[in-house]
Design a protein around this ligand. Structure first.
Ligand code: AMP
Length: 204
């Protein structure tokens, strides 16, 4: 099964995708994570990420296709961060068709704006192993990873300024995508204000 996670910044896509990935035993593919990795070597990508701007379609599409072609995606995947525009929704169908797959379920997560701001400004990531922490999953001691003892840091693009920009971009682009998946009959809307673990029951 191919799942697409939709929702604005900090509606909890990453956390819920991780939980689902473990429960369903299929990989969680985050285009944001792929791009943050690429940005370590690519100045242009680094700048666009820091500004909260979208990365050009040809760049991100190639990366996503390569990832979806890997053998661990044979039984499906949870795609988080893509599509962000209607064009990308169409491209995703083309990529998946080449791989003999399709979008089976698109989940739209919704959460109130004040919760989104709280979530985003408090979330941190381990610089060593990548584990995420936030209001629902705080670390046992401040700024130290429970798993590996690594230092926790706020993401470079998690500032109030870029967040505003990312929410604007999301709202501008989301309507046609939601419509696209509604027409295909694969859209499910879930309230993500509750605890992230609820996602398993909700998806079931
Ligand atoms: P995220 O971790 O999903 O919030 O993504 C972080 C940043 O990566 C976004 O603000 C964009 O700059 C970039 N990005 C992630 N996914 C895409 C995509 N599908 N198309 C273009 N840019 C993307």
């Amino acid at each position: 099964m191919i799942y697409v996670m939709l929702g604005g910044p900090a509606t909890g896509k990453g956390t819920r995708s991780d939980i689902l990935s473990e429960a369903l035993n299929i990989p969680h593919i985050s285009t944001g994570d792929i791009l943050r990795q690429v940005s370590r070597k690519d100045e242009e990508v680094k700048e666009l990420l820091a500004e909260g701007e979208l990365i050009p379609d040809e760049v991100i599409t190639k990366l996503l296709y390569a990832r979806l072609s890997m053998t661990d995606c044979e039984n499906g995947a949870i795609i988080d961060g893509y599509p962000r525009t209607l064009e990308q929704a169409v491209i995703l169908d083309e990529i998946l068709a080449k791989l003999g797959k399709k979008v089976d379920i698109a989940i739209e997560l919704i959460a109130p704006d004040d919760l989104v701001y709280k979530r985003i400004l408090e979330r941190k990531k381990c610089t060593k192993c990548g584990k995420m922490y936030g209001i629902d999953f705080p670390p046992k001691s401040e700024n130290v990873c429970d798993e590996c003892g690594g230092k926790l840091e706020v993401r470079a693009d998690d500032t109030e300024e870029t967040l505003k920009n990312r929410i604007e971009i999301y709202k501008e682009n989301e309507k046609p995508i939601i419509e696209y998946y509604t027409l295909k009959g694969v859209l499910r809307v879930l309230d993500s204000s509750g605890h992230p673990e609820n996602i398993i029951k909700e998806v079931e």
